[in-house]
Design a protein around this ligand. Structure first.
Ligand code: SAM
Length: 197
């Protein structure tokens, strides 16, 4: 039997999360074409499964805003970020509003992974359109948006409808299948990517 991973021991991370932080996330961010020094917004970051390795990837001159409605999840994110001595993550606790407290044209890349369902279940599908408008406002020209739509069928939405809504604001660059974390386990999921023209 292999010994538990060193990060699992100290942070009590699920084993896939520990592997993801240590190596696998880098390949994912390379696939996304995230760049060193980028400013990232991880909208609906939960405990930082993406925000933390993104902060490692963009480096000390980059920045990650981790935004969520869940104070406990953001506390855990901060605990993990401290362990990795990451000083380039800023958490943003909201009450679920789609208004993003960041300036116009201030972000290079937005991650929107598996948040659609909880957003629209509470606030209706219109909230997604309002959020796209905000994403467009905060992204820099040529800034990019990556989306894993998650459980959209449970909202009685089709992928085509979601893409049409998104294309009203962004150029659609296509979709790829990536090994990524879904909750705390590895899964192969579809990532749709967009650019602000
Ligand atoms: C399924 S989790 C996905 C977490 C993370 N993006 C990932 O893929 O590991 C969804 C997260 O979105 C957050 N969320 C839901 N609605 C939100 C809203 N209106 N504003 C900000 N965060 C929201 C939830 O609190 C939760 O942490």
């Amino acid at each position: 039997m292999t010994s538990p991973h060193k990060h699992q021991q100290k942070l009590n991370l699920p084993s896939d999360v520990a592997k993801w932080f240590d190596s696998e996330a880098r390949a994912f961010f390379q696939q996304l074409k995230l760049e060193k020094n980028d400013t990232i917004l991880d909208f609906g970051s939960r405990v930082g499964n993406y925000a933390i390795p993104a902060a490692m990837f963009v480096g000390p001159d980059g920045k990650v805003y981790a935004l969520d409605v869940d104070a406990g999840a953001l506390d855990e994110l901060v605990r993990r970020a401290r362990f990795y001595e990451l000083k380039n993550i800023e958490t943003i606790l909201t009450t679920g509003e789609v208004t993003i407290p960041l300036g116009d044209n201030s972000v290079d890349f937005i991650l929107f992974f598996d948040v659609l369902y909880s957003l629209c279940r509470r606030q209706g599908v219109q909230a997604y359109t309002e959020l796209l408008k905000e994403f467009h406002r905060v992204l820099k020209p040529k800034g990019r948006l990556a989306i894993f739509f998650g459980h959209y069928r449970e909202l009685n939405l089709t992928l085509e409808e979601l893409l049409d809504m998104s294309k009203a604001f962004f150029r659609y660059n296509g979709v790829f299948t990536a090994k990524m974390l879904h909750w705390d386990s590895f899964a192969h999921e579809k990532v749709h990517h967009f650019t602000k023209e």
